[in-house]
Write a protein that binds this ligand. Structure first.
Ligand code: SF4
Length: 435
């Protein structure tokens, strides 16, 4: 890193955590450049003299990664390698008072809804005319579209409402403008994200309006895939399924975190539903949208989870045969309802239960993938790795789901769609010949 005094102001934004944080960093990057400020994202050179760390405060591991990153840059500042260190995002929102004392070398701390104040600190002004514009930090053929901020759900284990505040939907017009701008710049796939996407509109339009939003986005020229993430099972708006079934550019894909498969635990976790209702909903989804790929997330080791509850969850996963599954160990988070309960499942048992669920899912995923051998799919080319092109089908979200390893002698353009026939499959990947 160059020493002080020899450089122009360059701001380097470092993003930790989820896709929602990534969008916040992209909005910050767009606003800074819109103010003629030289800003980069995760620059791996060390030209920047100002660093903004967009942190995650979700669960233990993520918090530790954020703290380690802050300390690394705070140390770089004391070594004269950077001049200013600013921290924003969920960890800062949640623990600012403690962190200010523990890491005094940070110049200022900002919350999750503090963009204007952060921009001011960086000698920039918030530009309304840039709403709907966004510089992407991932390959431009896909983009996350954050449809709302915050969450009003009472899930007992979750600290997100503490960090992100109440649910606030973004107006449909603003989202359509953003989608049009992204499409104009080459985006073909939109990934709709939120804390709870199915709550969309209840605040702004006094009704669940996700189906309407999907229709409007589906009409945007150039958008070939629209993917729905972070749906919530309780009060799921069934009209969304009708739009998904009728619109070819809405992926037959749904990410719906369910968190547990035992009715007793779902009630302790304040999920407002039962295993029976959940299974009925999954049945309805699969009936209304045939061949839909379902992704879910589960938590193992929540306070009060007995072996019997866990066995119920294993049986639930065996019956449901999800296409994609992620499992977390329960994290005892201050100021959540669950924090008042005894964290009575030993860490070792939590880990073992995660492994058991993932072993079961690996077998299910292998079987589901075998059924794809011999079939032909539309594949979006994401990247080239050691001379091999890698892509995804509409049943796979970037960074978290399966991939397609493409066999071709042609040179493919990243972001192009190709048609490919699956020749073999492993647990989590497909191998296909480009036709
Ligand atoms: S819906 Fe998701 S973000 Fe909201 S409280 Fe529940 S788990 Fe947390």
């Amino acid at each position: 890193m160059k020493t002080k005094g020899t450089r122009k102001n360059i701001v380097n934004i470092v993003t930790l955590g989820c896709s929602k944080n990534q969008v916040d960093s992209e909005v910050l990057l767009t606003q800074l450049r819109g103010n003629q400020i030289n800003a980069t994202h995760e620059a791996n050179n060390d030209d920047a003299n100002i660093v903004v760390i967009n942190t995650c405060g979700f669960i233990d591991n993520a918090k530790q990664e954020s703290i380690d990153t802050i300390i690394r840059y705070a140390d770089a500042k004391s070594e004269g390698l950077v001049e200013k260190v600013y921290v924003t995002g969920c960890l800062s929102q949640r623990y600012k008072d403690d962190l200010e004392k523990e890491i005094p070398n940070v110049d200022a701390w900002f919350g999750t809804r503090d963009l204007s104040r952060l921009l001011k600190q960086l000698n920039a002004n918030y530009k309304h005319e840039l709403v709907g514009e966004r510089i992407l930090t991932n390959p431009g053929h896909y983009a996350y579209l954050k449809i709302s901020e915050g969450c009003d759900r009472p899930c007992s284990f979750c600290a997100i409402p503490l960090m992100r505040g109440h649910h606030t939907s973004r107006p449909i017009e603003e989202l359509v403008t953003e989608a049009k701008n992204l499409a104009k710049n080459g985006t073909k796939e939109l990934l709709l994200i939120a804390q709870d996407s199915t709550y969309y509109g209840l605040d702004l339009y006094k009704k669940r309006n996700l189906a309407e939003l999907l229709k409007k986005l589906s009409d945007v020229e150039g958008i070939e895939w629209i993917r729905l993430h972070y749906a919530f099972p309780t009060g799921f708006p069934l009209d969304v399924l009708d739009v998904m079934a009728e619109r070819p550019n809405i992926c037959k894909y749904l990410d719906i975190p369910l968190q547990h498969g035992s009715t007793d635990m779902l009630q302790v976790m304040k999920r407002g539903t039962t295993r029976e209702k959940t299974e009925a909903l999954l049945q309805t989804i699969r009936t209304k949208v045939p061949n839909i790929a379902l992704r879910t997330t589960l938590i193992a080791g929540h306070p009060g989870e007995t072996q019997k509850h866990f066995d119920e969850m294993m049986a639930f996963v065996e019956r449901a045969r999800f296409d994609r599954l992620g499992v977390f160990t329960y994290s005892h988070e201050e100021n959540t309802h669950s924090f008042s309960l005894k964290d009575d499942v030993p860490e070792k048992t939590k880990q073992k239960r995660v492994e058991q669920l993932m072993d079961l899912q690996q077998q299910i995923s292998f079987e589901l993938n075998q059924a794809k051998v011999g079939k032909t799919f539309k594949v979006l080319v994401d990247r080239k790795e050691e001379g091999t092109f890698i892509g995804r089908t509409e049943f796979d979200s970037p960074e978290v789901d399966n991939e397609v390893v493409l066999n071709t002698s042609d040179y493919l353009r990243l972001g192009d769609f190709v048609t490919a026939k699956v020749t073999r499959a492993s647990e989590f990947d497909l191998y296909a010949d480009v036709l």
